[in-house]
Design a protein around this ligand. Structure first.
Ligand code: FES
Length: 114
């Protein structure tokens, strides 16, 4: 992560508010996205499955599989790596989620959107 530098940044939440191996959905200016935390790293992706272009999460904004090791699409079960968004299993294997740039400033998380 790098420090914020443009005017297209949107505040998400305090860094530590998201526990390890957890995820959270956001809707900003009509754009659906989510963040995941893996250890001391945070990642952001558009909430859109490359298989059918629909949202990935379960009803309770849960994006991860049972073990919290992979992102899992609720519709057909595609599995994606937390750190790269690459699909490792399922109907869109080989494709990837659209990553968004996350920024950190004084313990706060921001995302850059177009
Ligand atoms: S819509 Fe995500 S796996 Fe089919």
């Amino acid at each position: 992560m790098s420090k914020p530098s443009s005017t297209e940044q949107h505040f998400l939440c305090p860094l530590q508010e998201l526990a390890q191996q957890q995820s959270r959905a956001f809707e900003i200016d009509g754009q659906a996205l989510f963040i995941v935390r893996e250890g001391e790293r945070w990642f952001a992706y558009r909430n859109r499955c490359p298989h059918q272009g629909i949202k990935l999460d379960w009803d309770n904004e849960q994006f991860l599989d049972y073990d919290g090791e992979l992102i899992q699409c609720a519709t057909h079960g595609a599995l994606f790596r937390l750190d790269t968004g690459h699909c490792v299993a399922g109907p869109c294997a080989g494709s990837k989620l659209e990553a968004l740039k996350l920024l950190e400033q004084q313990g706060q998380l921001f995302v850059e959107l177009n």
